[in-house]
Design a protein around this ligand. Structure first.
Ligand SMILES: [Zn+2]
Length: 190
């Protein structure tokens, strides 16, 4: 940030009085421009057929990670809930109609100032289609997941946890809620 969005004068990066870290502070009107993490919300759209569990992935048509596979997810908008965001992103990127289930994973990506969350979901039908941000949308069983071509560590981690829980569910267990911290040393395009 270089200029104040309130008055267009330059900002300086200083620790405000009674604060403990530097902020962008307007040199003219004094407004402090706080910057906080962004929320990335998505779903794990599942199709079950004769006991076989498949997950819907989207091949990205946009940077970063063009051509790599992801769960449908994106930045949360103002005036929507996390559940709204999960459904909206799934509609926009995968053209899929889902029934949302409980929150499954929460992943901190502190070094890029993001928190990612994924809800479990059931596909209501197979009438999905790639949205403008996707090249292709496709169902994958665990054995078919293109692990080397997954776009983001939060998606790989969520898929691993999901299929691990699915094994437990098939033996009478339940899906859990998982938190995980993605470290900078892990593969991350950002
Ligand atoms: Zn200002």
């Amino acid at each position: 940030m270089k200029f104040c969005s309130e008055c267009a004068h330059p900002v300086s990066f200083v620790v405000p009085p009674d604060d403990n870290r530097p902020r962008y502070v307007c040199t003219h009107c004094g407004v402090i421009h706080y910057q906080n993490p962004k929320m990335v919300i998505g779903s794990i759209p599942v199709w079950q057929c004769e006991g076989e569990v498949s997950v819907l992935l989207c091949k990205r048509a946009i940077e970063p990670r063009h051509g790599y596979w992801t769960l449908p997810a994106g930045f949360m908008e103002n005036n929507e809930t996390t559940a709204d965001a999960a459904v909206r992103e799934t509609t926009e990127e995968a053209g899929a109609r889902i029934e949302l289930h409980p929150l499954f994973s929460l992943l901190n990506v502190a070094h890029v100032h993001q928190v990612h969350m994924f809800y479990r979901a059931s596909l209501l039908d197979l009438n999905y289609a790639a949205g403008t941000e996707s090249l292709e949308v496709k169902l994958f069983t665990e054995a078919d997941i293109p692990w080397d071509d997954i776009a983001f560590p939060t998606v790989s981690q969520t898929l691993k946890l999901f299929f691990s829980d699915t094994q437990k569910v098939q033996h009478g267990g339940e899906y859990g809620f998982h938190t995980h911290d993605i470290l900078k040393s892990m593969r991350n395009p950002d």
